[in-house]
Design a protein around this ligand. Structure first.
Ligand SMILES: CC(C)(COP(=O)(O)OP(=O)(O)OC[C@H]1O[C@@H](n2cnc3c(N)ncnc32)[C@H](O)[C@@H]1OP(=O)(O)O)[C@@H](O)C(=O)NCCC(=O)NCCS
Length: 178
């Protein structure tokens, strides 16, 4: 049987591996006054929404189906972004588990008048592929090609382990959270 035969929609449980390049996206948005505070700094939540959207596109492209955000790792706002600037989000898959996927997103802001480009954020999000009933379903494996993909995958596996530990500790009875 060829790969093509295997991709028939009636055979969803035998997903074919894909590279990160196949689902990677670059998305751009110009910051509008409604996205910012009175001083002209874009709201963190606006950036976060763009990050979530870009990462969601990557996850859906990889699974060619629905995928939801399960978690967003700690995020730091390294540099401010101002009204009128162009925000570019570069998003791609770092790791695929059984049903979950880690997407890395790099955010840059460009001053359109001067051409200056600043790295403003990096974020790691976990998405889970869902079937038609809203239940987790297997995602196609990630084909890891090249040194960059190997490094990203190695680091993503470490982050997944840390996330799992944090979730387990929380479930084991951390009552300090509201
Ligand atoms: C995400 C969700 C589907 C996971 O459901 P669940 O019953 O916990 O599923 P499972 O325990 O079978 O875990 C499924 C996968 O998700 C991963 N996962 C679950 N919770 C996670 C979390 N908080 N962070 C990272 N990964 C998580 C598991 O490790 C597992 O990965 P694997 O299959 O690759 O090994 C469920 O929690 C959910 O629907 N959450 C709401 C999603 C949402 O509304 N997002 C915002 C809008 S898109």
């Amino acid at each position: 049987m060829t790969d093509k035969d295997n991709s028939h929609p009636n055979q969803p449980e035998a997903p074919i591996g894909k590279t990160a390049e196949e689902s990677a996206v670059i998305m751009t948005h110009q910051v509008l006054p409604s996205d910012a505070n009175p001083a002209g700094n874009v709201h963190g939540g606006v950036i976060l929404k763009h990050i979530d959207t870009a990462a969601g596109v990557v996850a859906m492209r990889h699974v060619r189906g629905w995928a939801v955000t399960a978690s967003i790792d700690r995020m730091d706002f390294l540099k401010p972004v101002y009204v009128g600037e162009l925000v570019t989000l570069k998003a791609s898959l770092n790791m695929v588990g059984r049903t979950s996927m880690e997407v890395g997103v790099r955010v840059e802001a460009e001053n359109l008048l001067t051409g200056e480009v600043r790295h403003t954020n990096s974020a790691y999000l976990t998405f889970v592929a869902l079937d038609g009933l809203g239940q987790p379903r297997p995602a196609p494996p990630l084909i890891i090609q090249g040194e960059v993909a190997e490094r990203r995958n190695r680091q993503a596996l470490r982050r997944r382990e840390l996330r799992r530990q944090a979730i387990a500790e929380e479930r084991a009875g951390d009552t300090t959270r509201i």
